[in-house]
Design a protein around this ligand. Structure first.
Ligand SMILES: *[C@@H]1O[C@H](CO)[C@@H](O)[C@H](O)[C@H]1NC(C)=O
Ligand SMILES: *[C@@H]1O[C@H](CO)[C@@H](O)[C@H](O)[C@H]1NC(C)=O
Length: 569
C-alpha cells in the first residue's frame, strides 16, 4: 500500500515537471498559487488606498481582492478558468457607496407619477392629466419630485388639478418629501377643512380666507398618509429590483438605506420593508447591491434584538447599520430649523421635529447597546441641537468609536464644522442638493447665511469624516454628478460658483463616495477601497484620464462589478 502511494506521487511529480517545462509561465499550476476568478489588467485603478494609490491590475477570487498592483504581481494568478479583463487604459474606481438613500421609496417613485425637473405649471398639470387617463376611477394618484423653485417659486394648489381629477384622490410630494399637494378629493377624505388646526410639527396651508390650499407640510401630511392604500408586497419587491438596477447603472454598489421618506410614517414601513423585501430578497438570492439599513430610532430595542439573533452582517448583502431620527424639516419646505427666521417669512424659524428630551433619551439608550445613531439636521440650529445632544450622550456613555452621524449638515453656524471634528461626528452630506437649493437660497436665507451652506471644505479642514450621498429619490442617484458638483459648486443658472472656497478636490470627492462613506457606516474593513482582502466591488469608467471629466467633460459608467461579478450592464 505504502509503496504504491509512493510510486503514484513520484509519477505525479514527474508529470508536473514535464508540464512545467512545457509551460514556463506555470499559469496552470493552480495548486501552487490558486487561480483567480477574475484578473483585471491594463486599467488605471484608483484604489483609494493610501498604501498603494494607483495600480494597473487586480486579481479577484471568491468575490474578494487577492492582489492588486502591477500585472507582473498578479500574472501568476491567471489560471484555468480565470476571466481576464483587459481594460485598455480605462479608469477603475471602487464601487460607489451612496450614504443616504430611500431605496424602496425611490423604486416605488420610479413606478409612479414622476414630477422631477418639471419647470412649468402647464407641464405639471399635463403629467397629472396623463396619470388620470391611466388610472381607475377612485384610485389614488401618487407621485412626487416637484420643485416649485423651478417655475419661479409659486406653490402648487389643489385648484390647479381639481377639475381634471374629480374622482381620484391625488397626493404628490415635493422633491424633499417635506411638503405634499393633495387635491380636493384627498382633502375631503382626510377631513381637512377650513376649521382644521395645524398639528404639532406641521402646517396646513390656507388661503387668506382660510380655505386649505391643498398643501400639507411635514406632520400635516399625517391627515392623508394613513388613507393611502398600502403598497403591495409585490410592488415593493419590484421597487427594490428597479432601484438596485438603477443604482448599479450609476456605479453604486452599496447604499445606506435610511428608510422611507416621510418623517412620522417610517416606523412600520422600515420594518415591513426589512422583512417583506430585504430578507425575502436575501433568502431567495435576489440581492444585487449591498445595503446598510437604518431603522427608526424609537425601535432601537427591536434592532438590538435582531442583531443579537442574526448578527450585524446578516449576509454579504445586508448589514444592519443603526437607527435614525429627524431633528428638523427641509430648506425647500421652509421647515429646516434656524437661529434666524426665513428672510421672506420673518416669523418662521423652521420646525423642530420631535422633542429634545426624548431624542436624547432614545439616543442614550441606543448608544449604550452599541447601535450607531444618525440624525437628520439641515438648519444651523438643528445641527447645533444635535451636536449638543451627541456631546451629552458621549459624556454620559463614555468615549468609544461610535461614529455618530448627522444627515445633511447643510447650513452651519460659524464654529460648527470645528465641533463636528472635535466630537468625531460624521457629516453625511449630499452635494447635488446645492443645485436645487441655489434657485431660492438667497431669497430664503439672504446672502450671508447662504455662504454658510454645504461647507464641505471646512468640514474636511476640521478632520470630519465626510460621506457623500444623493438622498435619492430627492435627487437622482449619480455619484459622478455628485463628485462634479462638490468640485465645482456651479448651479445651472448661476455665473459664479456657490462659495467656491468650499469646493473640494477630485481626490477628496472620490474618497467621500468610497472609503469615507464605508467608514461612516462601519463597513470599511470590507468596502471603500480596492485593497487586498476587501470585497471586489468596482466600477469601470468610460474615460482614460480625469482631465476630461474635470474640465467640463463627462464620464459614464462602462461597467459595475459586485464581488468580482459583472452586475451592469
Ligand atoms: C490625489 O491622490 C493621489 C494618490 O494618493 C496623489 O498621487 C495625487 O497627488 C493627489 N492629487 C491631489 C491633487 O491631491
Ligand atoms: C428621559 O429620561 C429621564 C431619566 O430616565 C426621565 O425622567 C424622563 O421622563 C425621560 N423623558 C422622556 C421624554 O422620555
Amino acid at each position: 500500500m505504502k509503496s504504491s502511494l509512493l510510486l503514484l506521487s513520484a509519477f505525479a511529480a514527474l508529470l508536473l515537471a514535464i508540464f512545467a517545462s512545457l509551460n514556463p509561465n506555470r499559469q496552470w499550476l493552480s495548486w501552487r498559487s490558486p487561480a483567480a476568478d477574475l484578473v483585471v489588467k491594463n486599467a488605471k485603478i484608483y484604489t483609494v488606498d493610501e498604501s498603494l494609490p494607483f495600480a494597473d491590475s487586480m486579481a479577484v477570487r471568491n468575490g474578494r481582492i487577492l492582489r492588486i498592483g502591477s500585472y507582473s504581481s498578479v500574472q501568476d494568478m491567471v489560471g484555468y478558468g480565470t476571466k481576464v479583463l483587459d481594460l485598455k487604459g480605462k479608469i477603475v474606481v471602487p464601487g460607489f457607496i451612496d450614504s443616504h438613500v430611500h431605496l424602496i421609496f425611490g423604486g416605488l417613485q420610479m413606478m409612479r407619477v414622476e414630477l422631477h425637473g418639471i419647470n412649468s405649471k402647464d407641464e405639471f398639470v399635463k403629467r397629472i392629466k396623463e396619470a388620470v387617463r391611466n388610472a381607475k376611477q377612485g384610485s389614488w394618484i401618487l407621485g412626487g419630485g416637484w420643485n416649485n423653485d423651478l417655475w419661479g417659486g409659486e406653490l402648487p394648489l389643489a385648484s390647479w388639478i381639481d377639475d381634471i381629477t374629480p374622482y381620484n384622490p391625488v397626493f404628490l410630494s415635493r422633491m424633499d418629501g417635506h411638503m405634499s399637494l393633495a387635491n380636493s378629493v384627498a382633502l375631503k377624505l382626510g377631513g381637512i377643512t377650513k376649521s382644521s388646526v395645524d398639528p404639532n410639527g406641521g402646517t396646513i396651508m390656507k388661503t387668506t380666507s382660510g380655505e386649505p390650499t391643498g398643501l400639507l407640510i411635514d406632520s400635516a401630511m399625517e391627515h392623508i398618509l394613513p388613507l393611502i392604500p398600502e403598497v403591495s408586497v409585490e410592488e415593493r419587491r419590484e421597487a427594490l429590483h428597479k432601484a438596485s438596477n438603477h443604482a448599479l447603472m450609476r456605479g453604486v454598489t452599496t447604499v445606506v438605506d435610511v428608510g422611507r421618506y416621510f418623517p412620522g410614517t417610517s416606523v412600520k414601513d422600515s420594518w415591513e420593508d426589512f422583512s417583506d423585501v430585504y430578507q425575502w430578497a436575501d433568502f431567495s438570492g435576489k440581492m444585487t447591491i449591498r445595503v446598510c439599513l437604518f431603522f427608526p430610532l424609537e425601535t432601537w430595542s427591536r434592532l438590538r434584538d435582531l442583531i443579537n439573533n442574526v448578527g450585524q452582517s446578516m449576509s454579504q448583502w445586508i448589514y444592519l447599520g443603526g437607527v435614525k431620527a429627524f431633528a428638523d424639516g427641509s430648506l425647500g419646505s421652509r421647515s429646516a430649523l434656524f437661529y434666524e427666521p426665513y428672510v421672506d417669512e420673518p416669523h418662521n424659524y423652521g420646525l423642530q421635529v420631535g422633542d429634545y428630551e426624548s431624542l436624547h433619551n432614545l439616543t442614550l439608550a441606543s448608544d449604550r447597546v452599541g447601535l450607531q445613531v444618525a440624525i437628520h439636521a439641515i438648519g444651523d440650529r438643528a445641527n447645533d441641537l444635535i451636536l449638543d445632544m451627541y456631546e451629552s450622550v458621549i459624556s454620559k456613555n463614555g468615549v468609544r468609536d461610535r461614529r455618530f452621524r448627522i444627515e445633511h449638515a447643510q447650513h452651519l453656524a460659524p464654529g460648527t464644522p470645528a465641533r463636528f471634528g472635535k466630537l468625531g461626528i460624521v457629516a453625511s452630506v449630499q452635494p447635488e442638493h446645492l443645485l436645487a437649493d441655489a434657485e431660492s437660497v438667497n431669497k430664503k436665507l439672504g446672502i450671508d447665511r447662504a455662504q454658510r451652506s454645504y461647507l464641505f471644505k471646512s468640514l474636511l479642514g476640521s478632520n470630519v469624516e465626510l460621506a457623500f450621498g444623493s438622498d435619492w429619490p430627492v435627487v437622482d442617484i449619480n455619484p459622478l454628478g455628485g463628485i462634479k458638483t462638490a468640485m465645482k459648486r456651479m448651479p445651472p443658472a448661476w455665473d459664479i460658483a456657490w462659495v467656491p472656497s468650499e469646493s473640494v478636490s477630485l481626490n477628496d470627492s472620490l474618497k467621500a463616495y468610497t472609503l469615507s462613506a464605508a467608514r461612516a457606516c462601519f463597513l470599511d474593513s470590507d468596502l471603500g477601497s480596492l485593497s487586498p482582502g476587501k470585497l471586489a466591488d468596482f466600477v469601470v469608467l468610460s474615460i482614460y484620464s480625469w482631465d476630461d471629466f474635470v474640465a467640463e467633460g463627462s464620464a459614464f459608467i462602462d461597467a459595475t462589478y459586485v464581488g468580482g461579478v459583472q452586475a451592469y450592464p
